[in-house]
Design a binder for this molecule. Structure first.
Ligand SMILES: [Fe+2]
Length: 486
């Protein structure tokens, strides 16, 4: 089998979930961190009310938090080889009229359907060899659709990174099939980290070796153009960033040297090459320049902006070397603590001058899943939110941290060892304009309660803790990324 790189890769962190409640079909109580990786019921989760357990619903809050992540990390005594290879399980938490309703559904990919039928792992993947006779005609035959979700033109899209987005019903989460942006782009990779301008235009990459496709999608969800740029190397590209006028692709020195499954085993870390940054004009992809930066590995950026005079600043969560490579998450999936200590990324700002090398400014804060106010995406801003903190003897993070770039200080709410926190998103308040006129909305697993919770923070008082928390009657697996739709 010789699959191209587009057949694979994908994103963040995440995992399977599990529980004890008979109504949701979990096999055994699991009052510890392992529920973050356990396998949920095959049908997913039917709509169920969550209970308000803290505060009250903020006035004007109305919409839905969608999240995606890899579940189904076990069939019988067999475990997934890598955390990134679980089937996509999409959640919808509707917050309306002071109530929270949770629904969860697996994306019905070819991989999911075949493996459910056989009740065993079959498809090759990011960290999985796969069955030698599993038929692979295109990247979508191994597409796990497990990394993120985005709304585009009224369609809910479940995202992977090496194949098509999958269209879903935004209410029932029923799978409608792969998204085809244009006939000649069928099964073209669509990265799990599209970027949206404040006016609604969406940009995204198609990564498959050194030639990278550039999607430009109108606010109404129509493909406006698809172009190509060459990034000089088959770097692992999970995320990227942009300013109002430029696309910025960070070419980390984690380079693919072969393209046979498990794909991640074909990547080689070459720190001596440093990180090369490509800056491309949005209106003319032939206009580009490069900047050199020290070697860093990363999964996620925050966002970028360009100052008067042309200096570009961007932020992200950067590691000294790659994590979650070969066998990433395999111990946690089996309910074992990894022997090696966890390495957390450092929130770092990169400054790219008009000429010369880029400069890294490291903050004193560690954290993942950086997020910014969507009204300021690509524009100068003050805040970056991320999840941070840890607890001894278990995986997962505990705290929401909001870093203030002007003061160098951060607001932090630490849920403590009893919670495993996931990405929190900025949700603008109606009528507000500043970044602090936002809520921060995200989920945790309340470990002792064996229950997932959704929290709403006021961005102006994160230290004060959630202003509202709803708790489900069960927990679901840790996931990667989400979006807010109202
Ligand atoms: Fe990601």
């Amino acid at each position: 089998m010789n699959l191209s790189r587009r057949m694979l890769l994908h994103a963040g962190l995440g995992a399977g979930a599990a529980l004890a409640l008979a109504p949701n079909g979990f096999a055994e109580p699991m009052a510890d961190w392992r529920q973050g990786y356990a396998t949920p019921p095959a049908r997913g989760f039917d709509p169920a009310a969550m209970k308000l357990v803290r505060g009250r619903a903020p006035r004007g809050l109305s919409g839905a938090l969608y999240r995606n992540g890899p579940a189904q990390l076990q069939y019988g005594s067999a475990y997934a080889s890598h955390w990134f290879d679980g089937d996509g399980l999409v959640h919808r938490i509707a917050l309306e009229d002071g109530k929270a309703i949770h629904t969860g559904r697996f994306i019905q990919t070819n991989k999911r359907i075949a493996e459910q039928k056989a009740q065993k792992f079959l498809a090759p993947g990011f960290g999985t060899v796969g069955a030698p006779d599993f038929p692979v005609q295109s990247s979508d035959d191994v597409n796990a659709a497990n990394t993120s979700v985005v709304m585009s033109g009224g369609e809910m899209l479940a995202l992977w990174e090496a194949g098509s987005a999958f269209r879903l019903d935004p209410v029932t989460l029923e799978t409608r099939g792969p998204k085809v942006w244009r006939d000649d782009l069928k099964a073209m990779p669509f990265l799990a980290h599209p970027k949206r301008e404040p006016d609604g235009r969406l940009w995204n990459l198609a990564v498959s070796g050194p030639n990278v496709g550039i999607y430009r999608i109108s606010p109404a969800g129509a493909l406006e153009s698809f172009g190509l740029v060459n990034i000089g190397a088959a770097s692992y590209i999970h995320d990227w960033t942009m300013t109002a006028t430029r696309l910025i692709i960070l070419v980390q020195p984690w380079i693919q040297t072969r393209s046979t499954p498990p794909f991640i085993d074909g990547f080689e870390w070459r720190p001596q090459e440093g990180m090369k940054i490509l800056i491309v004009d949005k209106d003319d992809l032939s206009k580009k320049r490069w900047a050199q930066a020290p070697a860093r590995a990363f999964y996620h950026t925050g966002a970028a902006w360009e100052e008067k005079g042309g200096v570009i600043r961007l932020d992200g969560s950067f590691y000294p070397s790659p994590v979650l490579g070969s066998g990433g998450g395999a111990d946690e999936i089996k309910g074992k603590m990894p022997a090696a200590p966890r390495v957390d990324p450092r929130l770092t700002q990169i400054t790219i001058p008009l000429t010369g090398d880029a400069v890294l400014t490291e903050t004193e804060y560690l954290g993942e899943f950086p997020q910014v106010d969507p009204r300021r995406h690509g524009l100068q801003r003050r805040l970056t939110a991320m999840v941070s903190g840890d607890s001894p003897n278990r995986p997962g993070q505990t705290a929401l941290t909001v870093y203030h770039w002007e003061s160098g200080k951060a607001d932090v709410h630490d849920f403590g060892p009893g919670h495993m926190i996931e990405e929190h998103l900025f949700v603008p308040k109606p009528g507000g304009a500043s970044e602090k006129d936002s809520w921060l909305i995200g989920t945790t697993i309340n470990i002792a309660r064996q229950a997932s919770e959704v929290h709403v923070f006021d961005a102006s008082d994160v230290n004060g803790g959630p202003v509202a928390t709803w708790r489900a009657g069960y927990s679901w697996p840790l996931g990667f990324h989400g979006t807010w739709a109202s």
